[in-house]
Design a protein around this ligand. Sequence first.
Ligand code: NAD
Ligand code: ZN
Length: 378
Amino acid sequence: MSSTAGQVIRCRAAVAWEAGKPLVIEEVEVAPPQTNEVRVKILFTSLCHTDVYFWEAKNPLFPRIYGHEAGGIVESVGEGVTDLKPGDHVLPVFTGECKECAHCKSEESNMCDLLRINTDRGVMLNDGKSRFSINGRPIYHFVGTSTFSEYTVIHVGCLAKINPLAPLDKVCVLSCGISTGLGATLNVAKPAKGSTVAVFGLGAVGLAAAEGARIAGASRIIGVDLNSNRFKEAKKFGATEFVNPKDYNKPVQEVIAEMTNGGVDRSVECTGNIDAMISAFECVHDGWGVAVLVGVPHKDAVFKTHPMNLLNERTLKGTFFGNYKPRSDLPSVVEKYMSKELEVEKFITHTVPFSEINKAFEYMLRGEGLRCIIRMEE
Ligand code: NAD
Ligand code: ZN
């Protein structure tokens, strides 16, 4: 047992007091973990678009501690926690795996009933309260992780126990976006060796999807983006050809069909744009092509295609967190990095100390780089 177990810990956290305003480093109190909860010392965290999206949004859950891509070490565990102990290395995940619901018991699903992502909940499940406070005032949690804090409390089902030899300053990026893109290709699109794969959207998620295609041994990886500046970066992730839809006066699916003798074997959409989703589906080859949607669309978006496109034996799929079950599968993604099959360093373009966390927001808002690692220790 650590000397702090069972006690309130005072530590630094980056608190969002208002939508769109810079975070403020405050001293917060972090209560001990309750039943099925774990208190984690965060060592490294990184910024993902979802944090920025909800920080900018005018939802009522402020003050709040954001952050969901991270790596840390277990400080103490609450009652009922048997598979984690102080000292274990963990990656927090914004969605969980209770191991008991129908989804967790299904080999096909990772959409846990109990711990599936819920951006509207700012409290812990056990008692409906927050574990963070400043002078008695509660501070809301974010997606059950709140990693922009030196210590945080997380449901045991949202923590993947990983190899303690894995460098947390690198593998922390595997706790959200990178695994999502990688899993979309490796677990859902499943391209055969030598096949042709199109990736729509070359942000961190799309580049991870391209990395998955590279690992799977695809012979042609066609990167599609409206921003040609992305193409240089994408070469490092295995992309072999590039298409900017703006350069053509016909639909990009036709351009790709012409390049590939009828269509690609697999496509992975990582833009969130509805037109790109439709193009990603319509550019796969009839007879065997599979398209996988990853991007989160606008709430009013409608997917429209002629049913013949499906009858002609094309398959449309979607995925959440790359179909990885957080506790069961994420440790093996870390092992892919440890065995040098998966390259993670190339996703990390910036590093800042915790006191400069707002710089990470500036990089992301300017569209600069891919991932900024935030070091909790100065
Ligand atoms: P990003 O903004 O960094 O990258 C998106 C890229 O798509 C940009 O380079 C942009 O220029 C390009 N783009 C936009 N519209 C396009 C179009 N019509 N055609 C071609 N390219 C286009 O975003 P990201 O962080 O890489 O995330 C990508 C998507 O994945 C987002 O929608 C995000 O919400 C989603 N996401 C989904 C899951 C999941 O579990 N399904 C998890 C994480 C992220
Ligand atoms: Zn479950």
